[in-house]
Design a protein around this ligand. Sequence first.
Ligand SMILES: O=C(O)c1ccccc1NCC(=O)[C@H](O)[C@H](O)COP(=O)(O)O
Length: 236
Amino acid sequence: MRNDALDSGVRRKTEKEKPMTTLIKICGLSTEATIDAAAKAGASHIGLVHFEKSPRHVTLEQAAKLRVRTPTSLKVVLLLVNASPVLTEQAYRAVRPDVIQFHGSETPEWLALVKKHMKVEVWKALGLRSAETLTNARRFDGIADRLLFDAPAQALPGGNGVAVDWSLLAGHQHLVPWGLAGGLDPDNVGEALAATHAPLVDVSSGVESAPGVKDMDKMARFCQAVADHDQRSHQA
Ligand SMILES: O=C(O)c1ccccc1NCC(=O)[C@H](O)[C@H](O)COP(=O)(O)O
């Protein structure tokens, strides 16, 4: 079982501080069995996608049922894409997630309103195209609890299995907690972490056997690869 991590968003390691463990979000889960497998593998977060065009879409009723039986070791992230204010509130009240991840063109002002009225952690996913994306991301500083740098929207806004250019993040001075997503899998996540030192990694396609079908063995291998990276970096 992986330890919980204190996530500051900026990697720190001193003798006094417990070495950080990388947080892991497995996204697009839709069954009790795969949620239990994610917990067993050592994930820290699971994502429930409420977006009808996605092969991972769950209704609010399904998400609510999954939420109440999710192991307490996992935080539940509800994925929304440009949801209306009415749907956003309806979804929050139905599911009561720990986090709402906004994966469309939502504004800092909208996230601030949601935070204020729903007392929920808010994440903003951003398509990482160039260094300019990182500059533009500053507008969410002080508002988003976490920025998730993902591949730019393709057929779907997210969950496309497309990697970002990790070199864009190398050495970047992150001022808020952040995470890396996009095309990660058990075989490349160690390299991605070595290149970016992301405090959280997020995966969907890379741990599936088919779109929307999570593979428990791939989930376990993904989490083990992250643990192996953390072990190597603690020994360095
Ligand atoms: O996963 C989806 O189907 C999805 C659909 C619409 C908006 C967001 C979606 N996923 C959001 C995520 O956080 C994914 O984990 C992230 O985009 C990485 O996906 P992948 O490249 O497949 O690992």
